[in-house]
Design a protein around this ligand. Structure first.
Ligand SMILES: *Cc1c(COP(=O)(O)O)cnc(C)c1O
Length: 386
């Protein structure tokens, strides 16, 4: 058996402009990074509040390592569950106004674990077609029946819910769609879940820390609360560290502790990370100025790009995609920006549907107005050239 088949697959992928490769940063995450030796003004991290390299988080992590060491050494259910984990869970639950919370090592693992623990054969998962890949993988792993509805189409969701009578029903959705930046209509979704007795699983990877009062996330943004909402947010994006948590009724959390394989069968994340995350939670809570500045940058960018030949997708969040369509054209634009010292990721299928390749611009409170002006200027130059 040789590797020629694998080689051919990669060559085919490259021919379609779909080959992926990594670039290496030699600076911490920030709007100004050095990549493979070249400095860039970057608009592609999810570090929405600019906390990833914040001095208070660095010293919290250092203190955490001094006090708790580096490795957790065991899974949470064995001897890997430490006081900082426990305290952080309580702080997170209170922050999002839920009775209990559970830490996971990553958002990807949280999604796999929650869906697999709550539904199985004989149950049904209802999912938006543009949900994050981790939610899609989670529903396949769960072995529940899967019913997908068109993006944001509440009439279709209602129809699918009304046609399902047996088993548990779980509606799963991104709160802020990761490649589009728009919001799920959570209020309407909750109303449908009440009418058809379904649970609502909300993945707030891009809303936590950014949306809602004091950054409490999408539930606060929409002013909704319900026992039937199971909330998940990641801690490596706006929170600037790593990991994820699920917040829900105590019985749901107890079920996850017992049945979520990606919680049970993995080594706990280092307790020092939880020390840093408790500090991050305080910065998020006190971060209204950061969120106001981020909003201003979003408005400035949208105004500045309104007359481009490519359309800005409808979004009020820090995720501002410019829809290009063709894969090669999106790569050309991304390369043109790079020549001008600006780094914006070109997002192509299968991450997004065929024919919807885009430049995914993400803004951070760490950007200045001048940074946004530079990006607007460069995109206008490219629009003239190409
Ligand atoms: C990033 C992301 C995840 C995965 O979170 P990680 O902590 O990076 O594994 C899950 N869902 C959505 C919508 C995301 O954007």
């Amino acid at each position: 058996m040789s590797f020629s088949e694998l080689h051919k697959e990669l060559v085919d992928r490259a021919a379609q402009g779909l080959l992926r490769a990594r670039r290496t940063l030699t600076t911490p995450q920030s709007p100004h990074i050095i990549v493979d030796g070249t400095p860039y003004l970057a608009f592609c991290s999810n570090d929405y509040l600019g906390l990833a390299n914040h001095p208070e988080l660095i010293s919290a992590l250092q203190n955490g390592a001094q006090e708790w060491g580096v490795g957790a050494g065991a899974a949470h259910l064995v001897s890997g569950h430490f006081e900082p984990h426990h305290q952080l869970e309580q702080q997170l639950a209170a922050f999002v106004d839920k009775p209990a919370a559970l830490l996971f090592s990553t958002g990807y693992m949280a999604n796999l674990g929650v869906v697999q623990a709550l539904v199985g054969k004989g149950d049904t998962v209802f999912a938006d077609k543009l949900n994050h890949a981790s939610l899609n993988d989670a529903m396949l792993l769960s072995r529940a029946e899967v019913k997908r509805y068109r993006h944001g189409d509440m009439a279709q969701l209602e129809k699918l819910l009304s046609e399902t009578s047996k088993g548990r029903k779980l509606v799963i959705t991104d709160a802020v769609f990761s490649m589009d930046g728009d919001l799920a209509p959570l209020r309407e979704m909750l109303a449908l879940c009440e009418r058809y007795d379904a649970w609502l699983y909300v993945d707030d990877a891009h809303g936590f820390g950014v949306l809602g009062e004091q950054g409490r996330g999408s539930l606060s943004h929409f002013g909704i609360a319900s026992e039937r909402i199971i909330y998940m947010a990641t801690l490596g994006k706006a929170a600037g560290v790593s990991g994820a948590f699920v917040a829900a009724e105590q019985v749901v959390i107890d079920t996850l502790v017992n049945h979520a394989n990606s919680y049970v069968y993995t080594t706990a994340s280092p307790a020092a990370l939880s020390v840093a995350l408790s500090q991050s939670l305080q910065l998020i809570e006190q971060g209204n100025e950061l969120r106001v500045h981020l909003k201003l940058l979003i408005a400035k960018l949208r105004n500045g790009l309104a007359d481009l030949p490519w359309s800005l997708m409808p979004s009020d969040t820090a995720i501002q995609p410019v829809l290009i369509g063709d894969n090669q054209r999106a790569l050309e634009l991304s390369a043109g920006l790079r020549e001008r010292g600006i780094w914006v990721a070109a997002i192509r299928p299968p991450t997004v549907p065929q024919g919807t390749a885009r430049l995914r611009i993400t803004l951070s409170a760490a950007h200045s107005e001048g940074d946004v002006d530079s990006l607007i200027g460069a995109l206008h130059e490219l629009a003239q050239e190409l």
